[in-house]
Design a binder for this molecule. Structure first.
Ligand code: 5GP
Length: 184
């Protein structure tokens, strides 16, 4: 099963998927490629940090299951190595354009769309990452523009107003999807 976790920047996707995979040993978190610079304090393994040339070469080689350009940088999900996945369910933490591509390519995938409790809270989280003001504003605008599409194509919509509860709810959603698949 492919579980796609999407939602606007500042909604807490990264923290949530880290907790998900640490609580459910049947989940495997994909590591994306990006051409953006590593943020101060960001772990070196948060992404594969690539040059545009390396990224474009991998596109040509068919090495991504989806990729997109997001606010001036490339982001993409590499085709997973099945030995690494080892029979687990695959978790992708990606933005909405990529999520839409995955749903089209793998209609059985499960798209969970996360929303922030309020725009103010989302802005506070985005600013807390130390991004420059213009980037924060661009992400907020994009979030607002994309929300209707996200709600429409999602299989499940969750509001992240309490981290522990959101993670519990997502684990319940995943268990439910597993049950549907094993019975059908
Ligand atoms: P950030 O620069 O804040 O780490 O990520 C920007 C956005 O790109 C986030 O919404 C994040 O979920 C998304 N993203 C991360 N990896 C991928 C990927 O492989 N593909 C796509 N389409 N989006 C990604």
């Amino acid at each position: 099963m492919i579980i796609v976790v999407s939602g606007p920047g500042g909604v807490g996707k990264g923290t949530i998927v880290d907790r998900l995979v640490s609580r459910d040993s049947g989940l495997w978190l994909s590591r994306s490629w990006t051409t953006r610079d590593q943020r101060p304090g960001e772990p070196a393994d948060a992404y594969v940090f690539a040059t545009s040339e390396a990224f474009e070469r991998r596109i040509t080689d068919g090495g991504f299951i989806e990729w997109t350009e997001f606010l001036g940088n490339y982001y993409g999900t590499p085709v997973p190595d099945l030995d690494d996945v080892d029979g687990r369910d695959v978790v992708l933490e990606i933005e909405l354009d990529g999520a839409q591509q995955v749903k089209e390519r793998f209609p059985d995938s499960v798209l969970i769309f996360l929303l922030p409790p309020t725009r103010e809270e989302q802005e506070r989280r985005l600013r807390g990452r130390g991004d420059p003001n213009d980037k924060v504003l661009a992400r907020l605008r994009k979030a607002e523009a994309e929300e209707p599409l996200g709600r429409r194509i999602a299989d499940h919509v969750l509001v992240n107003d309490d981290l522990d509860r959101t993670v519990d709810d997502m684990l319940a959603v995943i268990e439910g999807e597993r049950a549907v698949r094993s019975s059908g």
